[in-house]
Ligand binder design. Structure first.
Ligand code: XIL
Length: 317
């Protein structure tokens, strides 16, 4: 954390409410987070599904706990995510709404959530994963109802109630220049042309098969073109895994080098933020998500001991 501060690097990790609920007597997550990082992302807590168990009830308990931990410990707080097509509540059937009702619904949601955390959440992932893998707009309920304008509106509504926050578009698979990243680039260019209040783009950087994933050069090139649009670029959800059929002999060393190279490319090209998707391996979403890849993708191991990747980052700073 100290080295990150010295290097003007925002080094963060996401945490989930498990840190307070499943292990209430084990403060290791919070301790490691606040000792080693200067930023926190709100894991699942602010996604519409977990946040809104019933139609008219918000459950802010988990999100408040994470946000307050961040504020109390002087961490930069990243809210994730105001608009997403995934992890919506079970009661939410978009086809039961007219287009206008859906628009009202989304405005109300953003005003309620972003407004509550005004002055506490420093950066918002306003829209998450709105572009399909082929670079076209993803067909979601929001898109069906409003067309691309839902993105403009989401940023405007967030800006209305949280004018001091930095507002980001966030996506996966856009870490290097490819069809999808081109689609995102074109979208962001249109938003900027229309005067939408967007500050930056988040590259999730889930490196599931790290040997075949983005190189530092390719990342650098991609960061530069987004920067040239006038946007900030953050790495927002990094984890580094390997195909179980093809794990390098010392994969923790490979992983260390990978983290280091990505951070170096990031810093060299004017990206000042790197967030890992979890503090320690036990909490990684990859433990449930994909059994064909390794499940120790983070900077701290199951015992909260720092891994080679931690020391590689420390070395670079
Ligand atoms: C993941 C969470 O880590 C899991 O716990 C959950 O079951 C599914 O979502 N991109 C994102 C994150 O933007 O919100 C996702 O988080 C991982 C991929």
């Amino acid at each position: 954390r100290e080295l990150a501060d010295k290097n003007d690097l925002t080094l963060g990790a996401s945490i989930t409410a498990d840190a307070f609920r499943t292990y209430p007597d084990d403060p290791a997550v919070a301790q490691t987070l606040t000792r080693e990082f200067n930023a926190v992302t709100t894991g699942n807590a602010l996604k519409m599904g977990p946040l809104r168990p019933e139609r008219y009830t918000y459950n802010f308990e988990d999100a408040d706990a994470i946000v307050n931990l961040g504020v109390k410990n002087d961490l930069l707080v990243r809210g994730h995510a105001l608009v997403w097509h995934n992890q919506t509540p079970g009661w939410f059937y978009p086809w039961e709404y007219t287009d206008d009702q859906l628009r009202e619904f989304l405005r109300d949601h953003i005003h309620t959530v972003a407004g509550r955390y005004r002055g506490k959440v420093d950066v918002w992932d306003v829209v998450n994963e709105a572009v399909a893998d082929d670079g076209t707009m993803r067909e979601t309920a929001w898109y069906d109802a409003m067309g691309e304008e839902y993105i403009d509106l989401a940023f405007q509504w967030a800006n209305e109630v949280a004018p001091e926050a930095d507002l980001f578009y966030n996506d996966y698979g856009i870490d290097e220049i490819n069809e999808k990243a081109d689609g995102v680039y074109a979208l962001l260019e249109r938003l900027l042309d229309r005067g939408v209040p967007i500050d930056g783009v988040g590259l999730q950087m889930h490196a599931f098969r790290a040997q075949e994933y983005v190189t530092p050069e390719a990342l650098g090139e991609n960061i530069r073109r987004f920067k040239d649009l006038g946007l900030d670029v953050h790495v927002t959800e990094m984890d580094v895994a390997y195909d179980r059929e093809n794990v390098p002999e010392d994969h923790l060393e490979h992983q260390a080098q990978y983290y280091r190279d990505i951070l170096e490319a990031c810093l060299d090209n004017g990206c000042d933020t790197l967030v890992t998707w979890g503090v320690h391996d036990t909490a990684s979403w990859l433990r449930n998500y994909d059994q064909t890849i390794t499940d120790d993708p983070l900077l701290f191991d199951e015992d909260f001991d720092p891994k080679p990747a931690y020391f590689a980052i420390k070395d670079l700073l």
